[in-house]
Design a protein around this ligand. Structure first.
Ligand code: DUT
Ligand code: MG
Length: 572
């Protein structure tokens, strides 16, 4: 809670002003019954019209003042709430951007989305409500009770028996509410998760005829959300009747004993009216209190979820801040006994990997699916940190290099290609926005996609994605390759990036690539591609089972021999 609400600090002036305005409103509200009593006792009962008019005018004046204060209070409270929410959202987004992938592993994407939107909204609302009414309700209860005592303590005692009872009751509701609303928030997460999975997997779901199952899954999650929200609201609904019943009972008692007192001369009629008036105001304040409980319970659950993200310890950039930011690497890459697992205590996906790739060399990485090829690649731009062993770039442990400097010199084409909304040009120049048209075209040419782009009516200005053309998997792959090449990388990582290219196009691409002097690691299923590399690294179940030229592997590795024979036939 504390971390989240510390984001309110920069807006303490606005919050302070809102709070003072709220106190002003409260003061007027507490004075009203007193004035009412005065008008009745000194004016109406004495048949003194002047007094009625004077105090009536004062009441109207004060009401106008309270109204003005209320409007201004909304303004400042809104400013404080919205600004805090804005800052919180940005802080979380920044944290997510800079956090290492290992650190984000425990969060589902949908859960991060709920935290960035829903949870922040909860906090915004709470701050607004807090400054608008939250403090007013308890103060009104306390202030109202005191004022009632001042007016006529004997009559006020009837009220004062009920108020503590109600406060205890509401505290009990609060305790239950926090628990239930925590659950509700988690349910919202789960519903979002199902929705997200479904929206991204629409085609798959259709083809596998899983609609019914998925609808069932959604209804199930959505039903739990409804059930828990309903019990939360039931709890809240329970409070109002209990509240009204007890307060009405005490108002009856005030009226009963009030009328006796008035007859015996122990109280004035105006005093009775004033106390009843305080009683109704206290009741409505307690009612507001019930609503506040609801908002607060939600805010608490939300704040905890936001803090889970904000208080994540690591920050990729901080770790390498002291290191030289601009240093060109030449591309000598070496793995020394590197092992890696995604999460602690899980089986390693890479074990004791050692190899070297000299600058300008091309290494083909082959291995069955799940062998650890993509994992190996992700260690090089420091997306993950090895569990043990050292990766060196130009002889320097990459853990000791500036992470952004390193990444700027690596061209990475991930296995799952991702384009962003925008034009084709923007997508290719995504890593180098200032690139010239000539450079963009050059990269596209090497990636064997220039011709296809030129053929489009709008060429490089064609929009991709929902508003534009839909590209084939192979086309996206090549745009993604062009994007990596445009950066003129010193190390190029191609993770199965040529899988959708036919042999001829692929051959042309690999030849064009030779003009780039970068160390290239290429994951491929095709031995024809591997044969063009300087050496081949063979992975099996996370272990290196061979490294060398085609001839060397053929002579030493039975697995390689088998692979070769399966693709080229035994007689080869
Ligand atoms: N793995 C995880 N978490 C991840 C990614 C992978 O635990 O975020 C596991 C799954 C697998 C192993 O790591 O058992 C290696 O996966 P990788 O993706 O590195 O395998 P690959 O060689 O790239 O397989 P493919 O050819 O299917 O791309
Ligand atoms: Mg892979």
């Amino acid at each position: 809670m504390r971390t989240v609400f510390s984001y309110l600090l920069p807006y303490k002036v606005a919050a302070g002003v809102a709070f003072i305005l709220m106190l002003l409103e409260l003061a007027v509200e507490l004075l009203q019954p007193l004035l009412l009593a005065k008008i009745i006792d000194d004016g109406i009962m004495q048949e003194d019209l002047a007094t009625v008019l004077t105090w009536g005018a004062v009441m109207v004046g004060l009401s106008l003042l309270a109204f003005g204060a209320g409007v201004l209070n909304s303004f400042y409270a809104g400013h404080a709430g919205q600004s805090t929410g804005f800052d919180l959202r940005n802080a979380m987004f920044r944290k997510i951007q800079r956090s290492s992938l290992g650190n984000l592993q425990p969060f589902a994407t949908s859960s991060l989305m709920t935290r960035l939107t829903n949870d922040v909204t909860q906090i915004q609302n709470t701050i607004f409500m807090g400054l608008r009414i939250m403090a007013r309700a308890p103060l009104l209860v306390v202030g109202g009770s005191i004022m009632a005592l001042v007016v006529n303590w004997r009559l006020a005692l009837f009220l004062l028996i009920t108020v503590p009872l109600l406060v205890f009751f509401l505290l009990w509701v609060l305790k239950k509410g926090v628990h239930i609303f925590g659950k509700v928030q988690q349910n919202v997460d789960e519903v979002n998760h199902v929705v997200r999975e479904n929206l991204t997997g629409l085609r798959l779901i259709r083809v596998f005829v899983r609609e019914r199952f998925e609808i069932g899954r959604f209804v199930d999650k959505s039903g739990t959300l409804m059930k828990n929200t309903r019990s939360a609201f039931r709890l809240m609904e329970l409070t109002m009747p209990v509240l009204l019943f007890l307060m009405n009972a005490s108002i009856l008692a005030v009226l009963w004993f009030g009328s006796i007192s008035v007859q015996e001369g122990g109280a004035e009629i105006g005093e009775v009216v004033a106390i009843v008036n305080y009683a109704t105001r206290i009741t409505s304040a307690l009612g507001v209190f019930a609503m506040i409980i609801m908002v607060f319970s939600r805010a608490r659950a939300s704040a905890l979820r936001i803090e889970e993200v904000l208080l994540g310890t690591d920050d990729e950039l901080v770790g390498s801040q002291g290191l030289p930011a601009e240093k060109t690497i030449s591309g000598d890459l070496a793995f020394a006994d590197v092992s890696f697992s995604y999460e602690e205590k899980t089986a390693p996906v890479l074990e004791h990997i050692s190899f070297q790739a000299k600058r300008g060399e091309t290494i083909a990485v082959i291995g069955e699916t799940g062998a650890g090829k993509s994992s190996l690649f992700q260690l090089i731009p420091k997306l993950y940190t090895p569990t043990s062993g050292v990766i060196r770039m130009d002889g320097v442990n990459i853990q000791d290099t500036n992470v952004q400097t390193l990444r700027k010199q690596i061209g990475y084409v991930p296995q799952a290609v991702r384009l962003f909304s925008g034009t084709i040009r923007e997508n290719i120049a995504w890593g180098v926005p200032e690139a010239s048209d000539a450079a963009v075209e050059e990269a596209a040419r090497t990636a064997q996609i220039h011709g296809m782009i030129e053929a489009l009516p709008e060429g490089y200005a064609t929009l991709v994605g929902q508003q534009g053309v839909n590209l084939s998997g192979g086309q996206k792959q090549r745009i993604s390759i062009a994007r990596a090449l445009l950066r003129n990388p010193k190390v190029l990582l191609l993770d199965d990036s040529t899988s959708a290219l036919d042999t001829k196009t692929e051959g042309r691409f690999l030849s064009a690539l030779e003009t780039y002097s970068c160390t290239t690691l290429i994951v491929t299923q095709k031995l024809s591609t591997a044969l063009r590399a300087d050496s081949i690294l063979l992975l099996e179940h996370g272990k290196m089972v061979g490294m060398g030229s085609h001839e060397e592997l053929l002579a030493t590795s039975p697995l390689y021999k088998k692979l070769y024979e399966s693709q080229y036939g035994k007689e080869a």
